[in-house]
Design a protein around this ligand. Structure first.
Ligand code: MIC
Ligand code: MG
Length: 300
């Protein structure tokens, strides 16, 4: 916590949740995208597990990344961007409650505001793929109790993600959601729940905020923020939208430079130097350097 900024990231996340209904949370694959999201007016950002895997490591979202991989990306983002950051910690990075506790403490120290932890088995899959397996309700409850107990900042937000819908159907998944709330979850992430009316059921059953994951090319139709708001959803997640768009743009640029022998034809798809400098505050840094240098000279 900065002395001139007394609110913790967790407090900022809770405030954003109170002020924006529903709260739109966009994925930021790196520090640069975090700044772009901030400049576009978002009040909260997200570090996607699938994004850390595919974007930072070039591997699939199958529980291969480590806590350390995720912490590096968190720190890079929180070092430059003061928006509250929700982090995907998959199944918590370890078999035991002690691992979950270590994950929570490390995230708080790295400047994260919130996390979501899921009830899949350690060898997890993307929530929108077939073949998912979930642990028992009791095992997930233990994960959540360990997470809640490890909060070294009481405002840090813990989201419980359930992937059970695909295997167990609505009623059993609602029962899990209620048990997760009782174990200390601050919000419920109802993963890959395809129907708008089901979200309302999670809201009514648990009485805590519910997150809808509007990821593209998945199982959920692209409901608008208004539609989700009317269904009682309080958090709307767009985990990989900018990442997918940036990848497509990069692919197009590579193909054109290779094919055309020049980048002239794709220049209008690029962020300009000036736009980049603006978003990362290049000129302000330069000015600081000049001021500092002048001061040193004057002091000679
Ligand atoms: C939200 C998610 O967990 C993520 O890692 O971003 C993914 C998103 C995706 O693969 O589209 C998930 O839904 O499992
Ligand atoms: Mg994930």
């Amino acid at each position: 916590m900065q002395p001139n900024n007394p609110k913790s990231p967790g407090q900022k996340f809770r405030e954003a949740l109170r002020n924006e209904k529903p709260l739109q949370i966009v994925g930021a694959i790196n520090a640069n995208h975090a700044l772009l999201a901030q400049q576009a007016g978002f009040n909260a950002i997200y570090l996607s597990g699938g994004g850390v895997a595919a974007g930072s490591l070039g591997i699939p979202d199958l529980g291969i990344t480590t806590l350390e991989d995720v912490l590096i990306d968190i720190q890079r983002i929180t070092n430059v961007c003061d928006l509250p950051l929700l982090v995907d910690v998959d199944t918590g990075f370890g078999p035991s409650a002690f691992n979950v506790a270590r994950t929570v403490k490390s995230l708080i120290k790295a400047g994260a505001a919130a996390l979501h932890i899921e009830d899949q088995v350690g060898a997890k899959r993307c929530g929108h793929r077939p073949g998912k397996e979930v642990v028992s309700k009791d095992e997930m409850v233990d994960r959540l109790k360990a997470a809640a107990d490890a909060r070294i900042d009481e405002h840090f937000v813990i989201g419980a993600r359930t992937d059970a819908f695909a295997n167990e159907g609505l009623e059993k998944t609602l029962e899990r959601a209620v048990a997760y709330k009782e174990a200390g979850a601050d919000f419920i992430f109802a993963e890959a729940v395809p129907d708008l009316s089901y979200y309302r059921k999670f809201v009514e059953a648990t009485g805590i905020p519910v997150l809808a994951n509007i990821t593209e090319f998945g199982m959920i139709p692209m409901y608008t923020v208004e539609e989700l708001g009317e269904a009682g959803v309080e958090l709307v997640l767009y985990p990989l939208s900018a990442f997918r768009a940036a990848n497509k743009a990069a692919q197009n640029v590579y193909q054109h430079i290779r094919k055309d022998g020049t980048q002239k034809n794709v220049l209008d798809t690029m962020q300009t130097r000036e736009e980049l400098y603006k978003s990362i505050g290049y000129h302000a840094y330069e000015q600081k350097l000049d001021d500092l240098f002048k001061k040193n000279q004057d002091g000679k």
